[in-house]
Write a protein that binds this ligand. Structure first.
Ligand SMILES: [Mg+2]
Length: 252
């Protein structure tokens, strides 16, 4: 069996044959955004467009960014994830700064925010290199379930656009991914947590809550990450860290 016992083991880490040493999982849950395809990049591009607009109107870019982050974190908890939520965060930020200077929000601002929202909504969802081949490999061995959070219509559109839906037995969109969500999933899908592993890029949404619910976790560490998704990994011998989706072939 694959040795999960060295806490937060990072691959590649040893010369031993991990192929003959695999954990017998039945179900593999896989996150979508920034795990199967790039997502963060589009939000950052959107952020930059908004900040540049504000700077052009003589607002301090850093200060605007601070408030945008503030409202963005708030909306993630209250409004949810996705392009609509980000638009709301930009609206709150705009209101905050315009009120201070008695500036009025005009058609120009409204159109800009809509344009930025659509840019995020229509992102191409191109799978990272090696994702298709790896899913093909995993599909032959496990029941694969895509598990993402956000607005259902938006997320399912991305799955469709990516061309990856054929690899999954099911695609599930949740409004958030907390320990309770994972526990509910275990009950609703009749999962054996001992035989289930969650794969994703976020310690906060993918790994920590899944492991706390009794599953295993494989973190795909990304260089750039949303501040919101940052969280220290729980100390557990059920977690493995890798650096690309392709590496899954070596450990599953
Ligand atoms: Mg993700």
């Amino acid at each position: 069996m694959l040795n999960f016992s060295d806490s937060h083991l990072e691959y590649p880490c040893s010369t031993r044959d991990t192929k003959s040493d695999k954990k017998q999982f039945e179900v593999v849950l896989i996150d979508a955004d920034d795990t199967l395809w790039e997502n963060y990049f589009y939000f950052e591009k959107a952020r930059e467009t908004f900040l540049n607009f504000m700077e052009k109107h003589r607002f301090n870019k850093e200060e605007v960014n601070y408030y945008l982050n503030h409202f963005d974190t708030k909306r993630l908890e209250e409004i949810g994830f996705g392009s609509n939520g980000f638009k709301k965060a930009m609206e709150f930020t705009l209101n905050h700064f315009y009120k201070q200077t008695n500036k009025e929000i005009t058609k120009t601002e409204k159109e800009l925010l809509e344009k930025i929202k659509n840019f995020i909504y229509n992102q191409p969802s191109i799978p990272y290199p090696g994702v298709k081949e790896t899913l093909e490999y995993l599909k032959r061995r496990y029941k694969l379930i895509l598990l993402t959070k956000g607005e259902e219509e938006e997320q399912l559109k991305k799955v469709k656009r990516s061309g990856l839906s054929q690899y999954f037995n099911a695609s599930i969109v949740l409004n958030d991914k907390t320990e309770k969500h994972y526990r509910d999933l275990i009950v609703n899908l009749k999962l054996n947590p001992e035989k289930t592993v969650m794969i994703g890029n976020s310690p906060k949404s993918d790994i920590n809550p899944a492991v706390k619910a009794g599953m295993y976790g494989i973190l795909i560490k990304r260089e750039k990450q949303w501040i919101y998704e940052e969280e220290e990994l729980v100390k557990s011998d059920r977690i493995i860290i890798i650096h690309s989706f392709k590496e899954l072939k070596n450990i599953l």
